[in-house]
Ligand binder design. Structure first.
Ligand SMILES: [Zn+2]
Length: 244
């Protein structure tokens, strides 16, 4: 079974894996304006950018990053902390910021979670309901992704064998030749256009098992707002790893 991963779409992908091996917070930025190799902090995105001039050798860029590994390790450790699922934190859910409100009650038998327009309300007997919140978000991701995937697959008249929701670190979605679609539950924390785009991407693979122009045309047709969704994922998807 060969997974078709949407991160494998460019020739730069092998380098992304090498970068991730140096440090997971390292992100590649190929720049038409940059004159030299550089490392730049992106505290908001929780990332360190390796800026590579357009015509520079990627081999040289990787050597450069390895040479500055100490600097990268030190600065990566100082990046803003992960956003925990706890009382008072605001997390984006299906494209909208929601404040987590934890109501602790030791008399409760089980945790009950409700999502409304601006809050995620957690009635719980647990000291740390973080794992329960993650489970709730995974279930929500499954419902939303399955709905979108079935709707899009029906438009192209293709069956979906199975939909899997996983916690992968670098693959946001994949499609296997037998028609099984897999997605990261963390997409539920992405803007809605991005969630929609990743689903459209994997559904488009039900017809085209490649990233040729006809695939992209179908992917765009199946997306509600292709460029917004695609560009956000390209630039910010790594920030989804900061939650939980
Ligand atoms: Zn793909």
């Amino acid at each position: 079974m060969i997974p078709f991963l949407h991160r494998s779409l460019s020739a730069l992908d092998p380098f992304r894996q090498d970068l991730e091996a140096i440090h997971p917070a390292l992100q590649l930025r190929v720049s038409a304006r940059a004159r030299r190799l550089a490392l730049r902090l992106d505290p908001k995105g929780g990332a360190i950018h390796l800026v590579v001039p357009k015509r520079a050798s990627m081999k040289r860029a990787l050597e450069f990053a390895r040479q500055y590994k100490d600097w990268i390790d030190r600065h990566a450790a100082a990046l803003p902390p992960a956003i925990r699922f706890e009382d008072g934190a605001t997390i984006p859910v299906l494209g909208q910021g929601r404040l987590i409100r934890v109501v602790f009650d030791p008399a409760l038998k089980r945790t009950a979670i409700t999502l409304n327009d601006d809050a995620l309300i957690v009635h719980t007997n647990k000291d740390d309901p973080g794992a329960r919140i993650t489970r709730f978000l995974k279930a929500l991701a499954r419902t939303e992704i399955a709905r979108l995937a079935r709707e899009k697959a029906a438009r192209i008249d293709r069956p979906i064998a199975e939909i899997q929701i996983r916690d992968t670190t670098s693959r946001w979605g994949s499609c296997s030749p037998d028609g099984t679609l897999s997605f990261s539950w963390r997409l539920v924390l992405a803007p809605y256009e991005s969630l929609d785009y990743v689903v459209a991407h994997e559904v488009a693979h039900l017809i085209h098992l490649n990233h040729k122009p006809r695939f992209w045309a179908l992917c765009e047709e199946l997306s509600t707002d292709f460029s917004t969704g695609h560009d956000w994922m390209k630039k910010n998807a790594h920030s989804l790893m900061r939650y939980g």
